[in-house]
Design a protein around this ligand. Structure first.
Ligand code: NAD
Length: 255
């Protein structure tokens, strides 16, 4: 049986850990040739090693996805290696504690923290799509998935700029989906709930019990549970799905 991404070339950002690394392993299992990118060079090399060990193929890029020329080099490098870019998972992101805004209400965020959050979690998604879509138009199609969040659907106290960025990601996703549907480029988003990665360690420590009480399934999600949705969304099996935002959240948004 062939994998659902057999013959596809895929780029994943934020692939040095968590959801991005899990996606790399699931994409590889499904037959994709990978380009994995992250700010953390050692971490992304580790992902390459894991993919290779699992019998897959991956190249790596390290750099900051908030810089246009860096993103262009990642996307052009993917196309140089594999001749095309069929699938893109724009996933790199940071949490409020990573911009020194942990626990801060809206009026208490610093301008620097706000700007960095928007740059990493929103502008980068646009920069990635800008470069990816250019190649996808030239090759006659492709599939993009952006990482949103349930924070893109609701307000979350003390996560102001994170929530604003993730709402923005869903807006970008829907707009690009409309613009490129006729060019056979599908653009979707995945909205994870509370997933077991480095990003949630801080929140889990501070208010894990309260968060668990809000989740109908009563547990955190595993990064692999997001990765499975993303692999399906970028595959041809999702051929009629575009402009959609899929919640993978243990039922949280159904409450
Ligand atoms: P993570 O911290 O394990 O992974 C994020 C990765 O992005 C890291 O490897 C990090 O080095 C990389 N990164 C951060 N800034 C970067 C930059 N400027 N340039 C390049 N790479 C950069 O966290 P995760 O939970 O796997 O997060 C992945 C995505 O999922 C993020 O967009 C996050 O907002 C989103 N998300 C996570 C959860 C959750 O509960 N973990 C929930 C909803 C959404």
């Amino acid at each position: 049986m062939t994998g659902m991404l057999e013959g596809k070339a895929a780029l994943i950002t934020g692939a040095g850990g968590g959801i991005g690394r899990a996606a790399a392993l699931v994409f590889a299992r499904e037959g994709a040739r990978l380009a994995v990118a992250d700010l953390a060079a050692a971490a992304v090399e580790e992902t390459v090693a894991l993919v290779n060990r699992a019998g897959g193929q991956a190249i790596s890029f390290s750099g900051d996805v908030t810089a246009g020329d860096t993103v262009r080099a990642m996307v052009d490098g993917t196309v140089a290696a594999y001749g095309r870019i069929d699938c893109a998972f724009n996933n790199a992101g940071i949490a409020p504690y990573q911009v020194a805004a942990s626990g801060h209400k809206t009026a208490d965020w610093s301008e620097d923290s706000f700007d960095r959050m928007i740059a990493v979690n929103l502008k980068s998604v646009w920069l990635c799509m800008k470069e990816e879509i250019r190649h996808m138009l030239a090759q006659g199609g492709g599939a993009v998935v952006n990482t949103g969040s349930i924070a893109g659907l609701i307000g979350l106290p003390t996560s102001s700029a994170y929530v604003a960025a993730k709402h923005g990601v869903l807006g970008l996703t829907k707009t690009a989906a409309l613009e490129y549907a006729g060019a056979k480029i599908r653009v979707n988003a995945v909205c994870p709930g509370f997933i077991k990665t480095r990003m949630t360690e801080d929140a889990m420590r501070r208010r894990g019990e309260a968060i668990m009480a809000q989740i109908p399934q009563g547990r955190m999600g595993e990064p692999e549970e997001i990765a499975e949705m993303v692999a399906w969304l970028v595959s041809d099996r999702a051929s009629y799905v575009t402009g959609a935002c899929y919640n993978v959240d243990g039922g949280w948004m159904a409450v």
